[in-house]
Design a protein around this ligand. Structure first.
Ligand SMILES: [Zn+2]
Length: 231
């Protein structure tokens, strides 16, 4: 690639952003040994430590239950959620419940809960985690083992999916040759539990075929050949 005529290697948009220091708080750094090319990609969600709000909400309900048994009277779980803090250690997957006035320990990330009414009459309570980075209400908090330059810090970089700039595995391989071969049924598609690519748009198969043929043409051109009907 680097030896082609009029070809200037610029790098992809995401890599340039990371190099300028404008990228998300976490990214993966790659280096191709053959070409020496180095680049960055977004961190996929499934490669992060995750903490779901359902786990914490259950913790609050259990805590309220224990308190009401000890006191012999009802305890409002929603009010309790407002005074508790959850100190999360992504590496050990441990959560410590403390009062908000107590300080978290070394290496722990302090998480707090918010509530909002839910249901037709507003009688239910929905719990949210406040993102420790952007203060947005979110359902899952993630911990990435890569930092903004792709190195591994002592403590994972934590935040919600949006502010960490996380991605899905299937998004990263969209419209490339690997994706095209899965769409055309030439290999198993591991991102889907069925093992097959589920077609979303009616033109997907045509697009995959185009990508397949374009790759073929590039390969032939590299050998100094042209494919009939390609020009
Ligand atoms: Zn966030």
């Amino acid at each position: 690639m680097g030896t082609g005529r009029d070809y200037i290697r610029k790098g992809d948009a995401f890599t340039l952003k990371v190099r300028r220091g404008e990228g998300p708080p976490c990214a993966i750094h790659w280096q191709r040994t053959g070409t020496g090319r180095d680049f960055y990609t977004r961190v996929p969600v499934h490669q992060c430590h995750a903490l779901r709000v359902a786990v914490l909400a259950q913790g609050v309900r259990d805590h309220a239950q224990r308190l009401s048994e000890a006191k012999g009277g009802p305890v409002d779980a929603q009010a309790l959620a407002g005074v508790l803090a959850f100190d999360w250690k992504p590496l050990g997957a441990a959560v410590k419940v403390r009062g908000r006035d107590e300080a978290p320990a070394e290496g722990e990330v302090r998480l707090t809960l918010e509530t909002s009414p839910t249901g037709p009459a507003g009688v239910g309570v929905r719990y949210w985690i406040t993102c420790p980075r952007c203060a947005r209400r979110c359902g899952v908090v993630y911990g990435s083992r890569w930092n903004h330059v792709g190195r591994t810090p002592a403590q994972p970089v934590t935040g919600c999916r949006v502010c960490l700039g996380l991605t899905d595995e299937s998004r990263q391989s969209h419209k490339c040759l690997h994706w095209a071969s899965a769409v055309m049924g030439e290999r198993a598609y591991t991102a889907d539990p069925s093992g097959r690519y589920r077609q979303r748009g009616f033109m997907t198969h045509e697009r995959a075929y185009e990508i397949y043929m374009a790759s073929f043409r590039r390969g032939l051109r590299g050998l100094g050949l042209t494919m009939p009907g390609s020009e």
